[in-house]
Design a protein around this ligand. Structure first.
Ligand code: PFF
Length: 495
């Protein structure tokens, strides 16, 4: 059976940009920039982009395109013992999609509430009490929140219809879903520029605070943001590239994807800080305090700022529509990575059916996050998967590509199919810079988590996170522990 293909090079690049540009660009990046020194955060961020983000993205594109398989099949072709690495990466992606879809479901709930601006009195109370009905601790699961569950079902139906015909349906969606949030962001930017206080917000965003560069936490945050934002190490970019023809250009696609993604992050920083500047001017709260409010930025601070504007309903609706359109193509790229693992093994299976079962499993896996303790579980799982499982998968990928298969032979392949040539620095990055820098970050994080329990959660709850990390490690190691089957015995010479 012939492999599916993207309908054009542009559609592939749009799909890769769609996977990269997601919720992480609009709340995670501006919030990190606000927390870690405004303009100065851009320095570790850009260094991380060039030192590990760009080379690893190119590695994923090259492996997928050359091997013409999703993560598990491609890793197996690189070396049979390493297929577990692909499996662990895809599984981590699957864990992420289960809660990523829940965050999109919150955005959908807010979209419906936008016209009444239901949070106008107290955005914080609205989010934690009216939407999440948050329980007093991780041990109190409480019931399922029906509106969130219904919104989650709607999100999964949407995801299903994006992936159900594979690259064909995904290709038709990304043509709209990638430009739409950029247009909506531009509308919000124009709105922000006309508000008082906007320039103060921008000043905080761009004014560097150099002191923070000495703080290792800032570097760790910048590196993990680059991973999350470029969808690296989850097998998604590799899977997308496996639907290109083996002789397509790689270098230019990598540059376009990586630079567009970072440009959109920086752009959304202007929108967020402009609006926060306005809010600070209206509420006499320091902008830095608003910006450093953490993940609550998108669901507490921003809605509150929107409610203070003229025409609050309209701009709130545009904002939440933008969040959903930003998230959808990231979400379905994760599902596609899982679908491809099955379809590579069983090419005669129908994409519609595989998609259905993967989406249904994703929905069921997400139900825990719709409970009253859902936010706590989301926070714990996100912490362990993004700081450990993914780092392990990325180190493994660099070792497999760089050392086991050979960075130089991959580089020869990349240069043979690309217009722009890539220098030997790429091999140095894949073989040394990526594994060493990620291992340092991994151990630094480990020592932080061992010294003080993450966010003070009880040890049994953190045990769930550690169990997920151990499971990833176990899946990676399994093929090395299982003795290889004896090679096929050659038939006796009949003569
Ligand atoms: N890059 C997405 C974001 O920044 O929101 C998140 C993501 C999508 C992570 C796809 C991983 C992935 F495979």
């Amino acid at each position: 059976m012939s492999r599916q293909r993207w309908s054009s090079k542009t559609v592939f690049v749009l799909a890769a940009i769609g996977s990269a540009v997601g919720l992480g660009n609009i709340w995670r990046f501006p919030y990190l920039a606000g927390k870690y020194g405004g303009g100065a955060f851009l320095i570790p961020y850009l260094i991380a982009l060039l030192a590990v983000g760009f080379p690893l993205l190119m590695l994923e594109f090259a492996i997928g395109q050359k091997m013409q398989q999703g993560a598990v099949g491609a890793f197996k072709r690189l070396h049979p013992k390493f297929q577990g690495f692909g499996m662990a990466a895809v599984l981590s992606g699957f864990i992420i999609i289960a809660y990523y879809a829940v965050v999109m479901a919150w955005a959908l709930v807010y979209l419906f509430a936008s016209f009444r601006v239901s949070w106008a009195d107290s955005a914080e109370q609205y989010f934690f009490d009216s939407v999440l009905h948050i329980s007093e601790g991780v041990g109190h699961l409480g019931g399922v929140n029906l509106p969130i569950l219904l919104a989650l079902i709607a999100v999964w139906i949407l995801i299903y219809f994006c992936v159900w015909r594979g690259t064909q349906s995904e290709g038709s969606v990304v043509v709209y879903s990638v430009p739409l949030p950029v247009i909506l962001l531009s509308v919000l930017l124009l709105r922000a520029i006309t508000l008082p206080g906007c320039l103060d917000g921008w000043q905080l965003y761009l004014k560097p605070s150099w002191r923070v560069l000495a703080d290792p936490e800032v570097w760790s945050a910048a590196f993990s943001q680059i991973f999350f934002t470029l969808s690296l190490a989850f097998g998604t970019m590799l899977t997308y590239a496996s639907y290109k023809s083996p002789d397509d250009d790689i270098v230019s696609d990598t540059w376009v994807t990586a630079l567009t993604n970072s440009a959109i992050s920086i752009f959304s920083g202007f929108v967020v800080f402009g609006v926060l500047g306005y809010m600070a001017s209206q509420t006499a709260t320091p902008i830095a305090e608003l910006a450093a409010s953490g993940p609550g930025l998108a669901f507490v601070i921003f809605p509150q700022a929107l409610s203070l504007m003229p025409l609050p309903g309209l701009f709130s609706a545009l904002f939440f529509l933008m969040l959903i359109s930003l998230g959808i193509d990231s979400a379905f790229s994760l599902v596609e990575a899982v679908n491809t693992v099955f379809l590579d093994r069983k090419p005669h299976w129908k994409i519609e059916q595989v998609s259905f079962w993967v989406c249904l499993t994703g929905l069921l896996a997400g139900i825990v996050y719709t409970t009253q303790a859902g936010l706590y579980y989301l926070d714990i799982v996100d912490h362990f998967v993004t700081h450990y499982s993914i780092m392990l998968a990325a180190i493994a990928q660099a070792i497999l590509g760089g050392w086991v298969y050979g960075a130089e032979s991959l580089r020869r392949y990349i240069n043979a199919v690309s217009n722009w040539q890539i220098g030997a620095w790429w091999s140095v990055s894949v073989k040394y810079v990526i594994p060493v820098s990620l291992a340092v970050l991994l151990f630094a994080q480990l020592s932080t988590d061992l010294r003080s329990p993450y966010e003070g959660y009880p040890s049994w709850a953190l045990g769930i996170g550690w169990a997920l990390v151990l499971m990833s490690g176990g899946i990676m190691a399994a093929p090395f522990c299982i003795p290889a089957r004896p090679a096929h015995q050659p038939q006796k010479n009949r003569s």
